[in-house]
Structures are given as C-alpha cells and as structure tokens.
Write a protein that binds this ligand. Structure first.
Ligand code: 3H9
Length: 693
C-alpha cells in the first residue's frame, strides 16, 4: 500500500496517508485506501477505522497533475462509495487542509473530527471543475443546500470552528489528533452509536428558487466562468436524485468541465502561480535576510496600501512622510478601510486598533535606522527618487533592504544613488496595494541573491504572488500594457470609439475596458505618466494626444464627473457625444480618414500587440518563463483566469495564427508597431508554442 500504511491499535484500524507534499489522492493513495477498507472489513478483530494523514496536511484533493490523462482504477468515486459502505464506523481525523477530493473522502467517512487549526473546503470551482467524487451530493445532505451552495460555488475553505457549527465535523480535538480521534472512536463504540452514512441523509432545500437565484447572481459575480453554473446544477442533483444517480450525473458534469478549455487554463494558472515562486538560478536554500520591521517612505495612495500589507501580516511599519498632514491623511485612509471591515463584522475594533498601533508615523528619515526593509513609494520622478535613495543609503543600517515601488524608472540608477547597489531591489505593488495580489519584484544589475530571495519570500508573508522581472521600461506588466494602450489610441484615431473598445475587452473577459479604467484612475494621472514617458513614446504616439486634450479640458475622469465618459452623481458612466466629436475632429486634424473598425480587429490589435511584446520580454530574459508573464497579467491586470494568461492564451489560439495577424497589421499599421518578435516568429514557423519551445 504505497502512500497508505495500515496499523492496528487494539481493535481500531488506522489508515495513514503519507504522500508528500499535500497527500494528494494519486493512484497509490486511492489503491492504498481501497485496500485498507477491504482489510478492515475482513478483519473480525477490527471494530472501527480511523483515517489520518502524515505530514503537514490532511488530503488536499485529487492529484491535479493526473487530470486530462486516463486515470488508473480505483477511481475516486469508487473509493468514496467503498468508504461509505464500510460496515465498521469510519472516522476521518483532520489537520491542515481537507480540500476537494480530500473533503469528499472525509464526507464519505461516517464521522469527522479535526484540530482547531484545520480548514475544510471544496475549491474545485477555482480549477474550473466541480467536486466530482460525491462532494456536491454529500455536502448538501450534511449541512443543507444553502450552506453547501456557498461553499461549492465560492470554493473558499472554512475554519474548524465554523465547520463544527454547521455540522460538517462532529468534534474538535485539542492536543494530539490521533489520541483524540482514538478516544472519540472508543466512545462511539462504547455508546453503540450507529454508523451515520452521509449519503443516506436527505438534502433539504427551503427555497426551491435558490438554484435559479444563485445562478443569476453567479452570472454577474463570476462572469464568463462555466464551472460555478455547473456547480449549482450539480447541487440540485442532490435534491432531485438518490445518491447513486446524483453521483453518476455529478461525475459526468465534472468530467465534461475537466476536458474543457476553461479548466485547462485554470489548472495552468494554479501551477504557474506556484512555478513563479521558484527563480531559475536562485537556489531554494539561499539564506534569507531577516525582515522583522519595515519602513515605507511616501504615504500617498500607494505607500498607504503598502504599509497596510505589512501591518496586516503583523509587521511593524515606520511610515515616513514629508509633513504631518500627509501622514494624517494616510492614517485616516487606513482607519476608514479597516473601519469598513469592522462595520461589516469581518474585523473587530480591537484588531483595528492593534493594526494601527503597528504604524509609527514620522517626518524624520532617521527613524528608519533600525528597520530591515524600506519600500520607497514617493512621487514618480527620477530626481526626487534619487535624493530619497541617497538618504536611505545613509540612514538605514547595513544590510537593510532598500526597495523601490517605481512602475517604470531605472532601478539601477536608484541603486547607484543609494551607494549600496547590492541592497537595492524593485518591489512594484499594484493599486490598491492592500488588495491587488501581484507583487512584481525587480532584479537590478547588482541586486544581491539573498535580497532577491528575501523579497520573493516576503510576498508570501504578505499574501501576494511574487513574480520576478528584469529591469526595463515598465517591467513585465506595464511594458505590455503600454502596447495595448498604444493600439487603443491608434484605433480611436482610425475610427473606433472608447465605448466600442471598452466593450470588446469587457466581452473578452476583463472587468473593465481601458477607458473606463482611465476615468477611474484619473486622466491627470495618465497625463503625468505620459509626460514622464515622453522620450519612450513613438512619434505617432506623441501625435495621438487625446489624453493631453482631455487633460486640458479638465476632464480628469470620475473625480471631475467627466473623462472619456460623463458621470452622474452615482458615478454611472454614459458615453459622451462630445468625446466622439472631439475624436472625430482630432482624426481630421491628423488627416486620418475614419473607417468602421470591427470587433475582431480591435481584439486582435489590443491582445496580439501585448503578446508580441510578451515574446520580446521572454527573449530578452526580462521574464524567465512564460508563466511569469501569465501570472503578472492574471493577478495584476485582470486577464480572465479562464483564458490562462496572455502567453497560454496565445498557445491555445496558435502562434501561427497570431503571427499571420501580426504580419497583416504590420502592413496596415506599420512595421514599427507590428513586426513579429523573433521568438514568436521562430516558434510560429516551427509549429510550436511559448510553453513547448
Ligand atoms: C479535486 O479534488 C477533484 C475531485 O473533486 C475529484 C474529481 C473527480 N495535486 O500550494 P503549495 C502541489 S481537485 C497535485 O505551494 P501551500 C503544488 O503544486 C483538487 N499537486 O503549498 C506544490 O508543488 P511544487 C482540489 C498539488 O502549503 C506543492 O503541492 N484541491 C496539489 O502553500 C505545495 O503546494 C485543491 O484545489 C494537488 N491537489 O498550500 C487544493 N495541491 O512544490 C490545491 C498542491 O512542485 N492545493 N500541490 O510547486 C492548495 O490549495 C494548496 O496547495 C494547499 C497547500 C492549501 C493544500
């Protein structure tokens, strides 16, 4: 029984799963558990069974790496049926995380106990599938349809205390789990408690309309995703059919999703997110620098969000500002955001006070003398930032890490200004920094390996996804975004409208189009960024100056009630004919004859321009792997997860198709903008993709 050991303690059989790192239900574990059930049933000495796991966690699910390949029997659904049919009481003893197939196994056991720190959930929906081994059939039978629908369609795990409160587990074990589980089982036997098979319970539904209502809500909340809808269909089966028939239909729905393009992309995203944590050439055992305290220089919107990331993780922060009013404003923002959580009941007042107590506001840079890491988030201007780095190099202790949150400035220039270039690194957060998951770390020419390893690790501490980028204008994310923005502007000049372009990207799966985003972020902010990047822009981009025109008209976006769109007092956007007129006038002044532009051309020019830039980023080594690019776009720029990120998406479309389109646009728009990247050309002509180069 590779992966499962079977021992006896008196009259209790103990099946221990041991399949590092997360005890996934690969073939050996499925076969081992099947054999354990048979052995226990056949052994008259055994009166009850306990299922427990070695290592850091209970079974964390089916082995996702086996998906898409023919599975060797026993299949998981057969295993759970065997477990539930066992004639002897079967107790699941849970620590770590009981997730997906792991929870389905536990649901098929007759009783469940867990340590207080355990977490339980059915996260399949996040992989684009549904729990296909009875999870959608047993969970509603055990905890009711309403609670089950929430857990299954959202995919979030819950703590043991909540699991006990809703009847998902029977007891919480303080102290040693195995000893506690044995005591629990002995008591079952002593009391003569009958076996309770989850599958024989009835799934109760109070509001029969709940299925349609949930589907309608999910169509908005998880727009474009197939799996949440199918999860609802599967839970309904638990109400409509007996266990066996419901499980058969559930499995069919699950397999259908598993074979589809969305799940393939979502599984890719799962593994890519883990892959990017491993930096090629940086040994995993690199000794890290200790980071126990942090400084943030610049308490603007970014600095405030960055400080919140660290205090959320319990690290004290010295927040340095130019003057008291800016510091007060920053603290006021934090108080308002946390206050909202208190009002919603997701945070206590004591927790709010404890977090804010971790902030030490000051106007004196010398207060940074003891911190282990400083993140500079001052105004995006090279001269200002150089001054700050010169100061940081002097006031901080040797060995403290000096990071910049710049979005596009040259980190190596800042490193030199500090006088300690090996300590300098980029830590590029995304707005709002306390919410967005992406942390783009940037390796300077002289950044020390242990500094890099430390900032990659810190990402995990503050619950971000760290991706490593090399130094270039805009790093991975904004460099690609700049090409998308360029094409948007060109197409506005050529005949498209902002609302048409926004709709194309919305339909593609982004939450908002670029002009809705611009109005939200502020045209004044875009204008400043454009001026700062002026030397990097092409001549045609200089002339495509609609941002400048909007800025001069004072149309700064939502904050002034008008930008590309006009806004009512509830910030509802309406396309503005004045903008259409302004763009038409601009095209005429530029001597461009406007023409109708189809949605396909809009989509291709926006997305393919990004992919072509992604190929250059890969070839230059700015990103080590296509995974890094995909994760930047999935976690920082709202690229639809069910498309897997721009590079994965490109492979699905086929690089040859993209290559041909690039050649077409090269003729139409110009070689300067659409010459295929050499890597893309090579792969396309060899019939390969970014992931099989
Ligand atoms: C399912 O169960 C389907 C069923 O309904 C039946 C259908 C018929 N498989 O995340 P970490 C690897 S669907 C294979 O860094 P952490 C992971 O790639 C499944 N591998 O650790 C990584 O490998 P590497 C439902 C897996 O401590 C290593 O383990 N379950 C799996 O931060 C460590 O992972 C889920 O969706 C897996 N299932 O977090 C749970 N899980 O070292 C998915 C992990 O080579 N897993 N690996 O990069 C998780 O959420 C987290 O891994 C967990 C640990 C919370 C468990």
């Amino acid at each position: 029984m590779a992966g499962v050991t079977f021992t006896k303690q008196g009259h209790i059989g103990i099946a221990t799963v041991d399949n590092p790192p997360v005890n996934a239900l690969g073939h050996a574990v499925r076969a081992g558990l099947t054999a354990a059930v048979a052995q226990a049933d056949a052994d008259p000495e055994i009166k009850a069974l306990i299922l427990i796991c070695a290592g850091r966690t209970f079974i964390a699910g089916a082995d996702i790496r086996e998906f898409g390949r023919p599975l060797e029997p026993p299949l998981l659904n057969t295993l759970v049926a065997d477990l539930e049919a066992s004639t002897k009481p079967f107790v699941a003893a849970i620590h770590g995380t009981a997730l997906g197939g792991g929870l389905e196994v536990a649901l098929a056991c007759h009783f469940r106990v867990a340590v207080p720190s355990a977490r339980l959930g059915l996260p399949e929906v996040k992989l684009g599938i549904l729990p296909g081994a009875g999870g959608t059939q047993r969970l509603p039978r055990l905890i009711g349809v309403d609670a089950a629908l929430t857990m299954i369609t959202e995919g979030n795990d819950i703590p043991a205390s909540k699991a006990q409160a809703i009847g998902l587990i029977d007891a919480i074990i303080e102290g040693d789990l195995l000893a506690g589980a044995i005591a629990f089982t002995e008591k079952l036997l002593a009391d003569g408690t009958p076996i309770r098979r989850t599958g024989s319970l009835t799934a109760k539904v109070e509001n029969p309309a709940i299925f349609e209502e949930t589907k309608a809500a999910l169509a908005k909340k998880q727009r474009g995703f197939l799996a949440p809808q199918k999860c609802v269909d599967a839970v309904k089966l638990a109400v409509d059919y007996p266990l066996e028939e419901g499980s058969k239909r559930e499995y069919a729905l699950c397999i259908d999703l598993m074979q589809g393009a969305q799940s393939k992309a979502q599984r890719h995203a799962f593994f890519a997110e883990r892959e990017v944590a491993k930096v090629p050439g940086l040994p995993e055992d690199t000794k890290l620098r200790d980071v126990k305290s942090v400084g943030v220089a610049g308490p603007g919107a970014m600095g405030t969000g960055i400080a919140m990331c660290f205090i959320n993780a319990g690290l004290p922060v010295v927040l340095v500002g130019l003057d008291q009013p800016t510091l007060d404003k920053s603290l006021g923002t934090m108080r308002k955001i946390y206050g909202g959580n208190v009002a919603k009941g997701t945070m206590t007042q004591e927790a709010l006070d404890a977090r804010l107590a971790l902030i030490k506001p000051t106007t004196d840079y010398a207060e940074l003398k003891d911190v282990d890491l400083v993140i500079e988030a001052v105004f995006e201007d090279m001269a200002v930032k150089k001054q700050v780095f010169a100061k940081l190099g002097k006031v901080t202790k040797p060995g403290s890490i000096l990071a910049t949150n710049t979005s596009y400035l040259d980190i190596d220039a800042l490193a030199e200004a500090s006088g300690r270039p090996t300590d300098v690194v980029g830590m590029h957060f995304f707005n709002p920094a306390n919410v967005m998951r992406l942390l783009e770390n940037v390796r300077g020419a002289k950044t020390a390996s242990d500094v890099l390893a430390t900032v990659m690790k810190i990402g995990k501490t503050i619950k971000k996804v760290s991706v490593l980028s090399g130094v270039c204008d805009g790093f991975i994310g904004n460099r690609m975004l700049a090409k998308r923005s360029r094409e948007g502007m060109f197409m506005l000049e050529e005949g498209a409208t902002p609302w048409q372009i926004d709709k194309v990207l919305y339909d593609f799966g982004f939450a908002m189009g670029p002009y809705q985003v611009a109005d939200l972020a502020g045209i004044d902010v875009q204008y400043a960024a454009r001026k700062a990047r002026w030397d990097k822009l092409s001549e045609r981009e200089h002339k495509a100056n609609l941002v400048d025109q909007l800025f001069e008209l004072g149309r700064y976006g939502q904050k002034t009630g008008a930008g590309y769109y006009t806004y009512d007092d509830k910030r509802k956007a309406t396309p503005d004919p004045a903008i259409e007129a302004l763009i038409a006038q601009h095209s005429a002044a530029r001597g461009i004859t406007r023409r109708p532009i189809g949605d396909t051309e809009i989509r291709e020019r926006l997305i393919y321009a990004m992919i072509n830039e992604g190929a250059k980023i890969l070839e230059e080594g700015i990103a080590a792997r296509p995974h890094d690019i995909d994760i930047v776009w999935l976690t920082g720029f709202g690229f639809p997860v069910y498309l897997g990120g721009p590079m994965f998406y490109a492979d699905q479309i086929g690089l040859k198709t993209i290559y041909d389109a690039l050649l077409k646009y090269k003729d139409q728009v110009g070689a300067e903008f659409f010459t295929p990247a050499p890597l893309l050309e090579r792969l396309a002509l060899a019939g390969k993709g970014f992931y099989d180069k």
